[in-house]
Ligand binder design. Structure first.
Ligand code: ZN
Length: 162
């Protein structure tokens, strides 16, 4: 079976940045399971995996616009120091989840700290990066109807309840 519409796949992967450093890897963990065609993984990687089957290996290079987007200068926002709980120690580089007006958690990095304001960077940590994935396909199977309804995988065998 090949990765494509109505399939779920399991892959092992290692993600390298331009400088060769490893940003993420499935090594030592369960393979990554995803449902094809539902934005479970970044579009550039998904497109490159279409048509592969169990045992296939591939190196995939993904430009920012097919990964986590370009780095946006506008994605910085100043927040009043008073809006943060007093007992939280804030440090530059720290990741926080802020809650937006609709109640969604939005991850952001602390970019700058001054007496009254904290500058938050809402860019994804991998925004603007070209990503290189080394991928090995561990399994490809038919997606269950339930998975297609939900838009995500239910574990390696499709029967994980949640
Ligand atoms: Zn579900």
């Amino acid at each position: 079976m090949k990765i494509g519409e109505n399939t779920a796949a399991a892959i092992n992967y290692t993600l390298y940045l331009e400088d060769g450093s490893i940003a993420d890897s499935s090594e030592g963990q369960e393979p990554l399971n995803f449902l094809f065609g539902y934005d479970n993984i970044i579009p550039g990687l998904e497109d490159a995996l279409e048509g592969l089957q169990k045992g296939d290996k591939k190196t995939v290079v993904v430009a920012p616009d097919e990964a986590y987007g370009e780095f946006q200068k506008e994605a910085f926002q100043e927040v009043s120091r008073a809006d943060f709980p007093e007992d939280v120690e804030l440090e530059v580089g720290m990741q926080l989840a802020l809650v937006d007006e609709e109640g969604y958690h939005v991850p952001a990095l602390i970019d700058k700290i001054s007496d009254d304001t904290i500058t938050m960077n809402f860019n994804h940590p991998l925004a603007g990066r070209t990503l290189k994935f080394e991928v090995e396909v561990i399994d490809v199977r038919e997606a269950t109807e339930e998975e297609l309804e939900h838009g995500h995988v239910h574990g390696p065998d499709g029967h994980h309840h949640h």
